[in-house]
Design a protein around this ligand. Structure first.
Ligand code: FAD
Length: 496
C-alpha cells in the first residue's frame, strides 16, 4: 500500500515537496484555498498588461532543474529561461547610476569607474562571499538544523572552521563598511539583507553569502515571467500524478494520540499517513491545530519585512530602465529603522521597479508601453494597509521618481492594482504580510526558525518560507527537499 501524504497549500515549496514525494512513490494530494497554484507567485492580468504578483528575481535555476531531472522530464517542454547581463540597475539621488553586471569582472570595472572603489575590493568580497556560501551556507541550507545527524557530519566541522567570528558578531553593514570605502558600494551590498526581508543594520555579516548567488552564479529571466516557474512546477506535479484540490481551505489538522492522521476540508474528515503544511507555520498552529501557546511562541521571532506593491500600466517606454531597477533612499539606515523599529511610513523609500516587458515587449504590455511592478519595503503589520498609508507611499514614490527620472509618472499610469500587508495575509496566509516568514535580524535567527517537522505531533511536517531554511524561492525549494527527505527517511513509521 502506498503512503498517503496530504499537503496544505500549493506554494512553491508545497508543489516541490509534492513532486519529490510523488517521485518516491507516495500518493500525494494538495489542498489549496485559492483557485490557482503558486501561492505568492501568481499572475495579475489587467487592461492588456500582465504582472507577476509576487517574486520577480530568478536565481539558482539549478534547484528547479533538479526537480525535472528527478522526474526524468525535459524542463524545456515546461519552461525556458536565459541569463541576463545586467542583474540590476541602481540609481542614487546624487545622479550616480550603476549597472550591476552578473559577471563579477564587469561589475568590478563598473563600480571602479563610477565610484572609485578598487576592482580588487569587489573581487575579493565576492570570493569571500562564494567561500561562505560553499563552506557554511550549503551545509546549513541543505540540511535540517534540528537533527543530530546534521551536526555529526564531518562537513559541519569544516564549515565551523571556516566561520569567522565577524560573520556572526558583526552586522552586514559594519562588515561592508570595513571592506569598501565608497558609500554607494556599501549601500549596494547592504541591500542583499532585503533578499530575505532583513535589515543590514541588524542582520549578521553571514548574509555576505547572498551576493555570491547573483554575481558568481548569475541572474536569469524565465520566459513568461516568474509565474512560468510556478506553472512549470504545477504541470510537473500533475504529470507525477499529484492530485490538486483548489478552493479547498483546510480547516483543521486531525490528530490522534499525538499523530497527524488527516485533514478537515469542507467539513469533511479525510485521512492520510503524513501531513505537510506549506501554510504559514504560525497559522498552522493557531488555526489548524488550535495551539495558541505554540503559535505565540513562533511570533517571538521577528517577522521579515512586508511590501506595498503598485502594479502600474505605464503608457510610455523608459529606455534608461532595465528588467530590475533600484532607486535608493538617501538615508538607508533611517529607512530600515522605520521598517523594523518605528513601523512608520518612510518619506524617501527605496523603490524597486521590475519591468518584464523589457524582456518580452508586446507580450506583457501593449506596444510602446511598460508593465511596472513598483515595490517598497514596509513593516509587516496590517496597519501599513490603511488607505492613507498606501496613498502616502504612492505620493512619495511619484515624487522620488519625478526627481530621479525627471518625468512625472502619475499621468502615465493607465491602470493600477495594489498589494499590501493585509492582502498578502489574506491571499496567502502570511502572518501580518511578512513576505519571507521570519527576518534574519539576529545572529540566532537561522537556529530559531521552526524546524521542518513537528516535535510533538508525529507525521506532521512543514515546508515553505516560514520554516527552515527561510523565505525566497531558492530557500523554499531547499525547504521542500529537506522536508521530503525527512519523510522518505521516516516512511516506515507511517505504515500501520
Ligand atoms: P506561499 O507562497 O506562502 O503559499 C502558501 C500557500 O498555502 C498559499 O497558496 C495559500 O493559499 C495556501 N494556504 C494557506 N493556508 C491554507 C489552508 N488553510 N488551506 C489551504 N491552503 C492554504 N522571493 C524570491 O525568491 N525572489 C523575489 O524576487 C521575491 N519577491 C517577492 C515579492 C513579493 C511582493 C512577495 C509577496 C514575495 C516575494 N518573494 C520573493 C518571496 C517568495 O514569493 C516566497 O518566499 C515564496 O513564494 C513562498 O513560498 P511558500 O512555498 O512558502 O508558499
Amino acid at each position: 500500500m502506498r503512503t498517503k501524504v496530504f499537503i496544505i497549500g500549493s506554494g512553491i515549496a508545497g508543489m516541490a515537496c509534492a513532486i519529490r514525494l510523488a517521485v518516491h512513490g507516495f500518493e500525494v494530494t494538495v489542498f489549496e484555498k485559492n483557485n490557482y497554484p503558486g501561492g505568492k507567485s501568481h499572475l495579475i492580468e489587467q487592461d492588456g498588461y500582465r504582472f507577476d504578483a509576487g517574486p520577480s528575481l530568478f536565481v539558482q535555476p539549478g534547484n528547479i532543474e533538479e526537480l525535472f531531472k528527478l522526474c526524468n522530464e525535459d524542463i524545456q517542454q515546461y519552461f525556458n529561461y536565459a541569463p541576463i547581463e545586467v542583474g540590476c540597475k541602481y540609481f542614487y539621488e546624487d545622479g550616480v547610476v550603476l549597472n550591476a553586471y552578473s559577471n563579477k569582472e564587469l561589475l568590478a570595472e563598473e563600480l571602479e569607474s563610477k565610484t572609485g572603489e578598487a576592482t580588487g575590493h569587489i573581487i575579493s568580497y565576492l570570493e569571500e562571499s562564494k567561500a561562505i556560501y560553499k563552506h557554511t551556507g550549503e551545509i546549513f541550507l541543505n540540511n535540517s538544523l534540528h537533527k543530530a545527524s546534521t551536526w555529526f557530519h564531518a562537513t559541519v566541522l569544516k564549515a565551523l572552521l571556516h566561520t569567522k567570528p565577524s560573520y556572526i558578531f558583526s552586522t552586514l553593514n559594519n562588515a561592508n563598511k570595513r571592506k569598501f570605502s565608497s558609500p554607494h558600494v556599501v549601500q549596494l551590498f547592504n541591500r542583499f539583507a532585503t533578499y530575505n526581508g532583513s535589515s543590514p543594520y541588524k542582520a549578521p555579516a553571514m548574509l555576505q553569502l547572498i551576493p555570491h548567488i547573483e554575481f558568481n552564479e548569475g541572474v536569469f529571466y524565465p520566459k513568461g515571467g516568474m509565474v512560468a516557474v510556478s506553472n512549470a512546477l504545477y504541470n510537473l506535479a500533475k504529470k507525477m500524478n499529484v492530485q490538486f484540490y483548489f478552493n479547498s481551505p483546510v480547516q483543521k489538522i486531525i490528530t490522534q494520540h499525538n499523530r497527524a492522521t488527516g485533514l478537515l476540508v469542507n467539513e469533511k474528515g479525510l485521512y492520510a499517513d503524513v501531513v505537510v503544511s506549506n501554510a504559514d507555520v504560525y497559522f498552522t498552529y493557531r488555526l489548524l491545530l488550535n495551539d495558541k501557546h505554540k503559535a505565540n511562541e513562533i511570533l517571538r521571532q521577528e517577522r521579515s519585512s512586508s511590501a506595498i506593491v503598485f502594479y502600474w500600466g505605464i503608457k510610455k517606454e523608459f529606455t534608461q530602465l532595465a528588467l530590475h531597477n533600484i532607486f535608493f533612499s538617501k538615508n538607508y539606515e533611517a529607512e530600515f529603522r522605520s521598517i523594523f523599529n518605528t513601523k512608520t511610513v518612510y518619506a524617501d523609500p527605496t523603490i524597486y521597479i521590475n519591468i518584464t516587458s523589457k524582456c518580452e515587449p508586446g507580450n506583457h504590455a501593449p506596444a510602446g508601453k511598460e508593465n511596472w511592478f513598483v515595490m517598497v519595503n514596509v513593516a509587516s503589520d496590517v496597519k501599513m494597509s490603511e488607505p492613507e498609508i498606501i496613498q502616502s507611499y504612492k505620493k512619495n514614490i511619484i515624487a522620488k521618481l519625478r526627481r530621479m527620472l525627471q518625468t512625472d509618472i502619475e499621468p502615465l499610469i493607465e491602470t493600477e492594482a495594489v498589494l499590501h500587508p493585509q492582502k498578502i495575509e489574506a491571499e496567502t496566509s502570511g502572518f501580518a504580510g511578512a513576505i519571507y516568514g521570519t527576518a534574519s535580524n539576529s545572529r540566532h535567527a537561522a537556529f530559531s526558525r521552526h524546524p521542518n517537522f513537528c516535535k510533538t505531533i508525529c507525521g506532521l511536517y512543514f515546508a515553505g518560507g516560514t520554516v527552515h531554511p527561510g523565505g525566497g524561492i531558492p530557500l523554499c525549494l531547499k525547504s521542500a527537499e529537506i522536508t521530503s527527505n525527512l519523510i522518505i527517511k521516516n516512511s516506515s513509521k507511517y505504515i500501520a
